[in-house]
Design a protein around this ligand. Sequence first.
Ligand SMILES: *Cc1c(COP(=O)(O)O)cnc(C)c1O
Length: 428
Amino acid sequence: MLYQRSSQLFADAEKVIPGGVNSPVRAFKGVGGTPIFVKEAKGAYLFDEDNNKLIDYINSWGPMILGHAFEPVVNAVIEKAKKGTSFGMPTELETEIASLAVSMVPNIDKIRFVNSGTEACMSAIRLARGYTKKDKIIKFSGCYHGHSDSFLIAAGSGLSTFGIPNSPGVTQGTAKDTLLANYNDVENVKALFEANKNEIAAIIIEPVAGNMGCIPPKEGFLNSLRQICDENNALLIFDEVMTGFRLSKGGAQELYNIKADIVCFGKVIGGGLPVGAFAARNEIMNYLAPIGPVYQAGTLSGNPLAMAAGKAMLEALNNDAEIFNRLEEKTAYLEKGIRKVLNDNQIDFTINRVGSMISVHFDKNPVFDFNSAKNGDNETFKKFFHGLLKEGVYIAPSAYETWFITDALTYEDLDFTINAINKVAKEL
Ligand SMILES: *Cc1c(COP(=O)(O)O)cnc(C)c1O
């Protein structure tokens, strides 16, 4: 495949945009080469500026769970746009999507919409700190909760890709209130609570980690966190920006039957427009301005185009009783196919999968936390990535990313992908 025009466009972009991109992982630093510029997309396919057709396994990092240019979403946006794109005043549509989200997700009474997953997580911890009147939070190494200061500490994919353990610009003052624990390590969390008595406001976690590849919670891990939070008057925050409306209608809370205190959303909830949200039961959400003391705001929050897209997306998911089963079946089929061809080609690998989140690590040992995720063979991954690209299959340009399966994929697409992996595996 040729990437002449993409390369030229990238060179042009680099002159006026830092690194040529508006979000670092897009720059291909983790795999080498120059990024592909997209012209358009439909269903399971991307069409780039050189007119290559690619099967897409990123799907905008999750949102396009029903495929690109999904008609109900596109139409909802077009119809809304004709009636004005922003008012900074309340609209009925906001109540409609809020009611729908509250009806789909367990343990939440109210939801506040923001413009990104970053904003959702940032607001959630401010709320947790205000509500508990404590300052410290626990996050897990390799989990990503957006790019706000408190979270840029061992923050998974984007940062791991570049080997920046921490970002300059995050002050010591901020960093000291973020305590780090190892994913799937209950004893580690207990020790942190022991060492910081009555100081911890919340644990924030990706209930299925997706930013160091896909890492499922070990049996009982989330339950233990729930218990530890209850014992210590701390809140349990599920960052479901990735898992929400993907693993089930009610996200990971429903899948694992665990009650979180605050839940963060992004990605799917916006149907491909910039939307995030955070939600909780009444007593916590009523702590927010304008009825409570914790301030949080946004000029474009609840934007009509974004809400129209999100509502059309949630309705499509809510009205399709089989959607999450179908996604599970397609992803399981892909997993089985990949396992077979990698085994046949005697490649060392570990595949982790939960529902429609799946990742391939080039290491034969189990991957259950950030350290084990880092053991993967990056050189093999690079070859794998570029090999697949040549075959017309686009996976994330980093060994630390999850693949997001979309319902637009057909079994022919999956077979094509498995065949492509077989070809590529012979060259690894
Ligand atoms: C993507 C992601 C975020 C950040 O969302 P943005 O919309 O990129 O700001 C936060 N948490 C998790 C788990 C994510 O996957």
